[in-house]
Design a protein around this ligand. Sequence first.
Ligand SMILES: Cc1cc2nc3c(=O)[nH]c(=O)nc-3n(C[C@H](O)[C@H](O)[C@H](O)COP(=O)(O)OP(=O)(O)OC[C@H]3O[C@@H](n4cnc5c(N)ncnc54)[C@H](O)[C@@H]3O)c2cc1C
Length: 510
Amino acid sequence: MSPSRPPQHVVIVGGGSAGWMTANLLMHQWRERGVRITLIESSEIGTIGVGEGSTPFLRDFFRHLGISEQDWMPACNATFKCGIRFPNWSTVPGYASYVHPFFNQEDLAIGSQFFTNACLRRRGTAADANPQDFFIAAELARQGKAPLYAPQHGGPSNPGTDYAYHFDAGLLGQFLKAHAESLGVRHQVGTVAEVNRHENGDIAALRLHDGTVLAGDFFVDCSGFKGLLINETLGEPFVSYQDNLFNDRAIAIPTALDPAAPLPSETVSTALTCGWAWKIPLSSRFGNGYVYASQFISDDQAEAELRQHLGPAADGQTARRLKMRVGRVEQHWRNNCLAIGLSQGFIEPLEATALMLIQFSVQCFVESLEQAEFSRRNQAAYNRRINQMFEGVRDYVVAHYHLNTRQDTAYWQANRAHGRISDRLASILEVWDRGGDFEAELTRHGNALMYFRPSWYCLLAGMGRFPATLQPPRLGHVPLSALQARKETAGIAGRFQDHRAGLAQGLSLA
Ligand SMILES: Cc1cc2nc3c(=O)[nH]c(=O)nc-3n(C[C@H](O)[C@H](O)[C@H](O)COP(=O)(O)OP(=O)(O)OC[C@H]3O[C@@H](n4cnc5c(N)ncnc54)[C@H](O)[C@@H]3O)c2cc1C
């Protein structure tokens, strides 16, 4: 590949979300430059078929491609997501459930009180500090509202509320496929049987089961957990995260929506005995599942527990059982091959970060090619950057497990006790616990953190990570109470649009 020139024929293996997101991003970027892109997808090997929640960065993905919410959301049964609620992770009184909200300009008044209260409380002063009481997004979710103003309050404008989406993963794949094809991506159905390589180790061509040979000068491995090109062909080592992220299995069971009930606008991630259960509202149904650790619970026990958790809604619904490979490859870009999606790695879905990592990985790749001369050095820099992203997300996810206070099962006790957390996470927790300068501590880690100040505060305070003994507040400095904060956020949330009605009216921003 010559300096600053994209490859001329890119071959993508895999037609899951990773393959189609990559095809769209690369074609959008390079189609004016005569680049050809072929995506090969097996009709015998299915896609993972789950992955129904996003982070707010998916908004940038669609904006970048020029696709409006009106276009893609109805086609994918999508809903708005104001944050994630975490019931039963903590046993600290007052903290049995908390929220990781997306943030809002209107939070500047009440939300900022949350940070003050959390700081008081971690330094030993009594103050309410559960984020679910202080943030507009949490109240929107409680009221079944979309993160957009109602028409009578100037809607569908948005007062700077960050938000994300829930969607049907299969429909998203179909939507992205159609868009990629409209940009000129060629879709070929076939199963790769053999990979031919040049003498220098680069991939030269793929031979399909039907004998077709497909040559290319750059290959993207979107083949899912097996890593057909990156692991099986190039032999890239896999760095497992299983020593501090125990969950390696999932069971998914859809349930029906109640058309008469408000449509929720949050993901609920409830801790169960050996993992956690997701509940994701789409416009057509709920997606549910249990993410668990096979060393602590059998598949049959996990399915029984999930069915009990879901109640009669799960009766007669078929369960899908999935295995997860949790960790990342050492190098995501090696020779003339880039691994994207589950082939490059996966951090279990607690914070719904996988599509965000796909998006960042492709965008960074394009920048690496376009900003600098192609060299081994910028390939190494790319791999370091992506590894840093994975480690940044991993630390934040690991913190959820490490901070749990449940005593009921060996699973939760082991998650708290194993001690195999990164030095960075250990340092963040140490500064929080001793009441040190938390802002300075987060700043010190800079880009290595994938989650910033509000998210860390919500997690640590939300779990009730505070000293056991508390002093009353100083006279004249009474912190804002949860009751008062709720009253004020409820008033603001009242100006927002009902979620179900908003979707039905095609209410969206872009
Ligand atoms: C339980 C669970 C929950 C998740 N929840 C979320 C979430 O909430 N949010 C989120 O962002 N992500 C989530 N994810 C991750 C998300 O599902 C994936 O990151 C995303 O779907 C991308 O998958 P993929 O395209 O890499 O792989 P896959 O969907 O597995 O696709 C692999 C593709 O490769 C093709 N293929 C394989 N071998 C060959 C071959 N030999 N020849 C030709 N083609 C081949 C297959 O046909 C298929 O098209 C979750 C994952 C799991 C397991």
